[in-house]
Design a binder for this molecule. Structure first.
Ligand SMILES: [Zn+2]
Length: 104
């Protein structure tokens, strides 16, 4: 590990897997965190994250599982958005398509 980083880790540094997959040792997936930072992340990790695609901008984002409904996770009736602004735009878009005037 120290070799891959090009230097030895300091005592208070730990290598962290950004995507939380310990088997993914790709350099782009590794970051050095201080022990305190890593600890904070471990705490956060206890709640599993689910990946969701924003219904508006199609960005893949993560939400804690307890913040997501089963329907949102499957992108069914209640679309999930990455941000409030995407949510607002989506509502606007849906509202407009729902009241489309008849064709002339
Ligand atoms: Zn979005």
């Amino acid at each position: 590990m120290a070799l891959e980083l090009g230097r030895r880790l300091k005592v208070n540094e730990e290598v962290d897997h950004i995507d939380n997959d310990p088997l993914n040792n790709d350099l782009t997936n590794l970051q050095i965190l201080s022990q305190a930072e890593n600890l904070a992340k471990q705490e956060h990790k206890k709640l599993p994250l689910v990946k969701i695609q924003c219904a508006y901008c199609k960005t893949i984002f993560e939400r804690r599982r307890d913040q997501v409904t089963e329907r949102q996770r499957r992108n069914l009736a209640s679309p999930a958005c990455c941000s409030r602004s995407c949510s607002a735009k989506l509502q606007y878009q849906l509202g407009h398509s729902a009241i489309q005037p008849g064709r002339h």
